[in-house]
Every structure is written in structure tokens, then in C-alpha cells.
Write a protein that binds this ligand. Structure first.
Ligand code: GLN
Length: 540
């Protein structure tokens, strides 16, 4: 019988339901269970693809090409599995599905309503995951905060699921905030109120994760337990930490997963988590530190590049070093900055002084592009290891065209539609597409790696599968010119039509990929390009 664990959040948004669900998933996998996860988002967008990364964080892409919430990245990294489009759905996609069925006449004259039609569609998506072979437990993260209007259909659907199943097959976990007064006293009232809201919806949580910045006492546990109807053993502390990877271990110490398996009447066994523990040990006691500059548009306090940051950390784990990230706003490297205008090289020197590696991540639109190209130029001339991801590869190509091949006005047609040398241009299959949602080249595509290249040394494989999200590509009309000038086309699509990876010949390690390797990197399985990038940055 498949078990269903519902995770809700209370008091504030961004409370850490995603990391909690992912960490619990890790502990259950380490006990030998087959775990599947799904994130439900209560907004009307069909998916996260059209959402501003500044507001909503990174758009994570699955192998089957779904543009999803960034929590899917957390799940993949913690659980060490690859998910697909079924693991994230939104209010918009549920309503879209129900309305399309209504137009087709599938409801045979019924009045189509929130209950049961919308709630049935929600339940069906969840049950479908639970029906998969090898899935023992499905963890369902309900996005949003309990009490929000938009949460209601989801809360109602999962309440119904709990009624449909035997008691030992479902459980509710609530993650809520403890407010600490400046005096240090922990206050439980916000948690009590959010649980009351849950109870109004017909849901009684079985286990509570208290997000807190101070330790919580046994007395405090007993008090909340009594007030909220939860056994004090099931009140778990979720202390703030900068090291998210140690959260599963902290939870394990408090008996979180044991409580869950007991409640679900599953056999408990000690977790086989030595690999994870060892990895956390490397993070806690690195043998050195590399300094990496990320040059992008969204550098202030956002999760816009979450998977990139995580993948760099994994590159560090593979080399047993810490990775310190220096955020560089690409706009500050443009001539609108007076310091860049008066002494360009001096300013770049100053910004990248003591930097061991430069990374330009993915992105869209012209803002900040010239700054990224300036950073690429600095990396190439000064032989600083460079990794370009999607847009970062396109910037590598533009810079190389301008300063090595002598095409001074080279650009991408995305940024300058009238450039005489569109070295990066709209892909053939993208021409004429008007809709923005779900229309890019998305998801897994194979890439063949040329032997004898640095890329091949890194991958140690002749063909790889990588995740994409782009509309523009390297313009094949310029292949010969680039190759003659020392740009190696080290990765190509199997039909030879698409340049997937480029590397600069006369450079210790300067690689750009048209895909996003960061989406596949995991702490227990760091991506080869990140592993090598950090290694080169470390030994430089
Ligand atoms: N804007 C570029 C394109 O669409 C790069 C996309 C990206 O970096 N994800 O091709």
C-alpha cells in the first residue's frame, strides 16, 4: 500500500517546506523505501516557465522538459533521483485540464465545480504517482501558506485523500515558524494560530517542524504539543543553518524519520546514510577554498541561480574544497559605470582580483550582456578558468568572434537584431513561434563529445544527455572561421547540426555549454563540468 505524506507550511512563506520534504525524502530513501515527491503550486500560471526569476527564483528544468518550481531541484539533489513533469503542478494547470474536459463534454451535463471536479483532478495527479511501481511513499508539498485563499482546493483535496485511505496510509506534517523575542524567549502563538487554521480545514497535523533560530526546550515542546494536539516526540526543531545539506542529519538525530515510519506502520530500520554523512563532513571541513565570481543579472538576495550555486558547491565537494561565491552584477561591468569607462582593464582587474574562476550563468534579454562579455574577455585574456552556462556560452562565442576572429560587431540576434554578424541566432524550429510559455527547446537532448578535448577529459564519455532551455544557438555559418581561430566545438548534437559545447584552445580551461549542466549535479554525484571547473580554479 502506498503511503502519502502531506507537508504544509504556516506563519510565513519561504518557511522551508521544500527542504523539509527533501530532507525527509533522503532519510526515507536511506531506509530503503522508494520515495516520490510532488510540489503543488497555488498560482494560476500553467507552470513556472513564464515567471520572473527575480520574484520567484530559478526555473528548474526536468529531463522531460518541464519548467518547474525550484523545489524540484532541492528534491533531485537530496533524493539523488531524476524527476519529471508529474512532480510539479499548479492551480492553473488543474483548472486548464478541467476546463478543457468541460469543453469536450466529458462531464456529461454535470455542473462543474470546485468540489468534486477540481479536487478530483488534484487527487488523481497525486494518486497517479503513488501507483508507480517501486513507489512506497509519496511526499506531497503544498505550496503557499495555510490560511491563504488560494490554498483551499489543495487542502481540501488532501483532506479527502486522508478520508479515503486507512489512517496508517497518510500523515500530515506542518512546518511553521517560532518567533523569538529580542530577549530570547520563544513564542508559540503564531504556530498555534496556523494549526488552528489547518484544523478549520479539517486537517490535524501529526508532526510539527518548528522553524526557529534558537534551540527549543522540552518544556516548549510539551506546551505546543498539548495546545496543538501533537505528541511531543513529534515536535521537531528545524533550526536555521547555512548548510542545508546537514538538515537530514539534524532531523535524523531527533528521530524525525522514525516517527514518520512508526506513524505509517512501516518497518523501521537504521538508515544507511554514511555517504551523505561523509559528504557533509567534507563541507564542514574543506581542505581549502576557491573564489568564484558569478557574473549575472540577478545577484542580490534571490534564488535565481540556485542550481548553479549548488552545483558549484558540488564541484567543491568533489575536490574537497569550499567554494566562495562573489556576486558580480553584470550591469556594473558596462560603460554606464564611470569606472569602467575611464579605465576598463583596471576596473576589471580590481573586480576579479583574487578570483580563481569566472562563471556566466543562463539568462534572457539584452540587459547586462555587454558586462558579461567583458567578464568573458577578462577570463580569456588572463587565462582564468571560465564556465559559461547557456547564455554564458553564447557570451563566450560573441566575445571570441569580436576579439579573436575580428568581427567587431558580432552579437546574438536576441540582443541586436541588426548585427552584421549574428554568431548566435534564433534556432530554425523557433522561428514563427509567438507563445512564450513552454515553447523553448526544453529538456534532455543528447550531445556527442569530441575526443581529445578538455570537455572529453572532464566527462570521460563520448555521449551525454543534458537539459536545455533556450531559443538561440551557435550560428553554423561561422563554424569554419571559429575553428580556424582556435575555438573547439567540443560537443555537437548527434546530427552534427547544433553546437552544444565550445572550448577555447589556447586557455587552461574555458568551456561553455548550450545546456544547463547545473540541473543534473547532485551532492553525491557532482557534475563533471563543475568538478573540473573547480579543480582548475583550485590548482591555478
Ligand atoms: N537567451 C538565450 C536563449 O534563449 C539563453 C537562454 C538561457 O541561458 N537559458 O538562447
Amino acid at each position: 500500500m502506498t503511503k502519502y505524506i502531506f507537508v504544509t507550511g504556516g506563519v510565513i512563506s519561504g518557511i522551508g517546506k521544500g527542504i523539509t520534504s527533501a530532507a525527509l525524502g533522503r532519510l526515507l530513501i536511506d531506509r530503503g523505501f522508494g520515495v516520490m515527491v510532488v510540489k503543488i503550486d497555488p498560482y494560476l500560471n500553467s507552470d513556472a516557465g513564464t515567471m520572473d526569476p527575480f520574484q520567484h527564483g530559478e526555473v528548474f528544468v526536468t529531463g522531460d522538459g518541464a519548467e518547474t518550481d525550484l523545489d524540484l531541484g532541492n528534491y533531485e539533489r537530496f533524493l539523488g533521483i531524476d524527476l519529471d513533469s508529474r512532480s510539479n503542478f499548479t492551480t492553473g494547470s488543474i483548472y486548464g485540464e478541467v476546463l478543457a474536459k468541460e469543453r469536450k463534454g466529458d462531464y456529461l451535463g454535470e455542473t462543474v465545480q470546485l468540489i468534486p471536479h477540481i479536487t478530483d483532478a488534484i487527487k488523481q495527479r497525486i494518486y497517479q504517482l503513488g501507483d508507480e511501481p517501486d513507489v512506497d511513499i509519496v511526499i506531497i508539498e503544498l505550496g503557499g501558506t495555510i490560511g491563504d485563499f488560494e490554498m483551499f482546493p489543495f487542502a481540501e483535496a488532501v483532506r479527502q485523500m486522508a478520508m479515503e485511505q486507512n489512517r496508517q496510509n497518510t500523515m500530515f506534517i506542518h512546518v511553521a515558524l517560532i518567533y523569538t523575542l529580542p530577549s530570547g524567549e520563544n513564542k508559540s502563538k503564531p504556530i498555534q494560530h496556523s494549526i488552528r487554521k489547518l484544523q478549520e480545514l479539517g486537517i490535524q497535523p501529526d508532526l510539527l517542524i518548528c522553524r526557529a533560530n534558537r534551540a527549543i526546550s522540552d518544556g516548549f515542546r510539551r506546551k505546543i504539543g498539548l495546545l496543538c494536539g501533537i505528541s511531543s516526540d513529534c515536535i521537531i526543531e528545524g533550526r536555521d543553518t547555512k548548510l542545508v545539506d546537514e538538515i537530514p542529519l539534524r532531523f535524523e538525530k531527533q528521530g524525525f524519520a522514525s516517527q514518520v515510519v512508526q506513524r505509517l506502520e512501516l518497518p523501521d530500520q537504521p538508515p544507511g546514510n554514511s555517504q551523505w554523512t561523509e559528504m557533509v563532513q567534507v563541507l564542514r571541513k574543506p581542505e581549502g577554498q576557491v573564489e568564484i565570481a558569478i557574473v549575472g543579472k540577478y545577484v542580490k538576495g534571490t534564488d535565481a541561480y540556485l542550481s548553479v550555486v549548488e552545483a558549484l558547491k558540488h564541484g567543491g565537494i568533489a575536490n574537497r574544497v569550499a567554494v566562495k561565491i562573489h556576486w558580480v552584477d553584470s550591469g556594473s561591468l558596462e560603460t554606464s559605470n564611470p569606472e569602467m569607462l575611464s579605465d576598463r582593464d583596471g576596473y576589471l582587474e580590481h573586480i576579479f582580483n583574487d578570483i580563481d574562476g569566472i562563471l556566466v550563468p543562463g539568462g534572457f534579454g539584452v540587459r547586462g550582456i555587454e558586462g558579461m562579455v567583458a567578464a568573458v574577455s577578462h577570463a580569456r585574456r588572463n587565462k582564468i578558468p571560465y564556465l559559461g552556462l547557456c547564455l554564458g556560452m553564447q557570451c563566450l562565442v560573441i566575445e571570441f568572434a569580436r576579439h579573436v576572429c575580428g568581427l567587431m560587431e558580432a552579437n546574438s540576434s536576441e540582443f541586436d537584431p541588426h548585427t552584421p554578424d549574428p554568431v548566435v541566432a534564433l534556432m530554425e524550429e523557433q522561428k514563427g513561434i509567438e507563445d512564450k510559455g513552454g515553447t523553448m527547446r526544453l529538456g534532455h537532448y543528447p550531445c556527442q563529445i569530441r575526443t581529445g578535448t578538455k570537455t572529453h577529459q572532464s566527462y570521460q564519455a563520448s555521449e551525454v544527455l543534458e537539459r536545455h532551455r533556450h531559443r538561440y544557438e551557435f550560428n553554423n555559418c561561422y563554424r569554419d572561421l571559429f575553428e580556424r581561430n582556435g575555438l573547439i566545438l567540443s560537443g555537437l548534437s548527434p546530427d552534427n547540426n547544433l553546437v552544444e559545447i565550445t572550448e577555447v584552445a589556447d586557455h587552461p580551461w574555458m568551456v561553455g555549454s548550450q545546456f544547463h549542466p547545473e540541473f543534473q549535479s547532485k551532492p553525491l554525484d557532482p557534475h563533471p563540468l563543475f568538478r573540473t571547473f573547480i579543480q582548475k580554479a583550485w590548482v591555478q
